[in-house]
Design a protein around this ligand. Structure first.
Ligand code: ADP
Ligand code: MG
Length: 700
């Protein structure tokens, strides 16, 4: 059976070389197996017929019985279109073809009863249906075997070349005929019984030709479960292999650095979430396996102290540690913050960034290799080959979304044996997605903000209210607060954006003149030293207003800054808005975020702004973001299988995902190598699937 499913699609009756070629190119269907796994996007109720006078301007799929009364060709800019008048006893509408016109004219007859099916458009006072599925009424009655008619994924090219949904359905029928509707089972007996799943054969049949709504649901559930189950199995196996193969340095003790800091220098009581996460990190680093952990925590949740205390454990065990941040500003800020703590503990700490002078750099290299430097903070300058450690035990990467996977693995090679790795991110990745994308990393979450934080009041204001906003800024400055004003900067539009920034800066300078007001400006075109200087002036409170592009997005910490104004907020993505807002609300004062926009807003922009005003929960925001943009734009998903899901939906099928993960975990717990007879089918399927690279690619 399985041999047969590898048969090239060309061999299927009714396909032929031309169609095979199109199916390969447009849908990636090479074999029978691929075709079987072309699952319908949705189903339509084909028991329902519309009359032309019932049509609504909703762009929905409808089916109508009627006849074609005339054909005409209409010249247009390029080529011509074929337009047919379609009529039933209530009115007329138009059918339109932009391609394949000769074939249509030859095969469709005037005044013959047809059933047409497709999406309707409203165009210059009339309904029309472009490229409808047309079927003779007699034939239609014969063919109608399932009330839920599947709608298959398609492309413009496919429908233009006559491979309509109906054709795909026919090919699918042929495939079921040739294979005798019997398919090898791919889940174990135990799973089928325990979860009351229907068999593979029954599921495949009913997903393509549903016999009832109930059977369709069962079929979808079973196939979604299977898909997610094998992805989870893959991720968990990878994680297990990693742990058994890659020995880490066991940090057996917690020594005087950690204890002294904890007893004498801890600036505040840790939140429960921080304590829990530290425990998880300690347990990881204390075991024989190398730690590979993702620490997720919303902006301001206090990841830095967790990083520091983790590094102290490394030092207590005689190892070095490093912390890498994506920007100069952030590295400097981390360095300054940690320097203070390290001085109290007599820890030797260094800083290495792009602007570190050559002579200084050399010294740092030497001190690292001799083991004199215990902690190194820096940007990706840290990754250069020249940077060698004596014994790096722990590498921490802050704000992970700016670094790629390749960089993570580069850190590994800094030692004979890879250091423990802690990746910290403030981009809340929805749990669902994290589970699928980072299934090979262990995940810790700080889901609690330090006490006493007031929530940030967020409002949306139109440009015409600018004067009021400026008055508000003035009042806040009078109270001693500091203000951020952020401008968008995107590469495609860089020139214009810089102009907006400079114009904005000028107008703010006019409204907030010297000597009463001091303004800083920071953007990507400035030299790092100048940037740092301006940033430091703001951090020290010498300036009251910081005008900037998104360079300040990540991690910068100025507790006295209480107002974040985001210009052209409609142009920012949700996660960026959330990151920016996180720059305020870090002190005890009530903080504000003001989203400035022009008057015209797209629906998506409106949703983003409303979401920001409504909630400050990073995970909730991430879920909305995921819904608006799809998983494709979320960091890390490109490398993982979640984008290539064939039937499951990473957002909607969250519960099935959890179930699948649970069962995959359980199975591997009881039978780590899937060696038992009862799991043989799972092992076989797993191995066979390994050949499908697209699905089984995962983050490395
Ligand atoms: P992020 O997770 O965004 O990196 P930081 O580590 O910069 O957050 O912490 C944000 C602010 O909260 C810092 O000023 C830090 O000193 C403070 N902070 C962190 N943890 C606590 C805590 N448990 N109690 C009080 N303040 C804390
Ligand atoms: Mg941070």
């Amino acid at each position: 059976m399985s041999v047969k499913l590898q048969t090239p699609i060309d061999y299927l009756k009714g396909v032929g070389p031309n169609r095979a070629d199109l199916l390969r190119k447009e849908l990636g269907i090479h074999t029978y197996q691929d075709l079987i796994n072309l699952f319908p996007n949705r189903y339509i109720d084909r028991t329902q017929y519309y009359k032309i006078n019932q049509l609504q301007r909703s762009n929905a799929d409808v089916q109508i019985i009627g006849k074609i009364t005339t054909f005409k060709e209409v010249a247009q800019k390029r080529g011509k279109r074929l337009v047919a008048t379609f009529q039933d006893d209530t009115g007329t509408m138009e059918l339109v073809w932009f391609r394949g016109q000769k074939w249509i004219r030859d095969s469709l007859k005037l005044n013959k009863p047809y059933v047409i099916f497709g999406k309707i458009n409203w165009f210059s006072g009339k309904f029309n249906m472009p490229h409808p599925d047309v079927e003779g009424l007699d034939e239609h009655k014969e063919n109608l075997r399932s009330v839920m008619q599947p709608v298959y994924p398609s492309t413009e090219k496919l429908s233009n070349r006559g491979i309509t949904n109906r054709v795909v359905s026919k090919i699918m029928q042929q495939l079921f005929l040739e294979t005798g509707k019997r398919f090898t089972e791919t889940l174990s007996e135990n799973l089928l019984t325990e979860l009351k799943l229907i068999s593979k054969s029954e599921a495949l049949f009913n997903v393509h030709f549903p016999m009832s709504q109930e059977l369709l649901s069962k079929a979808q559930f079973r196939l979604k479960f299977e898909e997610l189950f094998y992805i989870q199995l893959q991720l968990i196996i990878k994680n297990l292999v990693h742990k058994s193969k890659i020995k880490g340095f066991p940090f057996e003790k917690v020594g005087s650095y950690f204890n002294t800091f904890f007893k004498a220098h801890l600036p505040f009581e840790l939140t429960n979430a921080q304590k829990r996460v530290l425990k998880e990190i300690r347990a990881d680093m204390g075991s024989n396996a190398q730690m590979n952990r993702l620490l997720q925590g919303d902006v301001g949740s206090g990841k830095t102290i967790v990083a520091l205390m983790s590094m102290l454990i490394a030092l207590d065990n005689g190892f070095q540690a490093c912390l890498m941040a994506p920007t100069e500003i952030l590295s400097v800020q981390h360095y300054n913050g940690l320097l203070e703590q390290c001085n109290k503990l007599n820890i030797r700490i260094g800083k290495l960034t792009g602007s570190t002078k050559t002579s200084e750099r050399k010294k740092i290299h030497e001190r690292l290799e001799s083991g004199d430097l215990q902690i190194l903070i820096g940007t990706h300058a840290l990754l250069e080959d020249k940077v060698k450690f004596k014994n790096l035990g722990l590498a921490i990467i802050d704000e992970q979304h700016r670094f790629g996977v390749a960089q993570r693995s580069k850190l590994w090679k800094k030692n004979t044996s890879p250091p423990h790795i802690l990746v910290m991110t403030a981009t809340p990745i929805p749990r669902t997605l994290a589970m699928s994308v980072y299934g090979d990393l262990d995940i810790s979450i700080i889901d609690e903000l330090p006490p006493g934080r007031q929530s940030i009041k967020t409002v949306h204001r139109y440009d015409k209210n600018r004067l009021n906003v400026f008055k508000f800024i003035r009042d806040e400055i009078t109270k001693g607060r500091q203000i951020y004003i952020v401008y968008p900067l995107i590469q495609e539009n860089e020139k214009m954006d810089y102009k907006d920034l400079m114009d904005g800066y000028e107008s703010i300078s006019r409204d907030f003149p010297l000597p009463d007001y001091q303004i800083s400006i920071v953007h990507g075109k400035m030299k790092p030293a100048d940037k740092d200087y301006e940033m430091q002036r703001f951090i020290k409170g010498e300036t009251q207003i910081m005008v900037a592009t998104t360079v300040i997005e990540v991690g910068v910490n100025v507790p006295n800054a209480s107002v974040m104004i985001i210009e052209s907020a409609e142009r920012f993505g949700l996660s960026q808005l959330h990151q920016l807002r996180g720059r305020v609300g870090r002190g005890a004062e009530q903080s504000y975020c003001i989203l400035m926009t022009g008057h015209k807003l797209s629906n998506d922009s409106k949703t983003r702004l409303e979401t920001m005003v409504k909630t400050s929960d990073g995970f909730e925001i991430a879920e909305v973001d995921l819904r608006l943009r799809g998983p494709g734009d979320i960091m890390g998903t490109q490398q993982s299988g979640v984008l290539n899901l064939k039937i499951a939906d990473i957002i909607k099928d969250n519960d099935i995902l959890k179930l699948a993960r649970h069962h995959a975990k359980n199975m591997l717990k009881n039978d780590p190598t899937l060696a038992s007879a009862s799991n043989k089918v799972v092992l076989d399927t797993y191995i066979a699937l390994g050949k499908y690279k697209n699905i089984w690619n995962y983050i490395s």
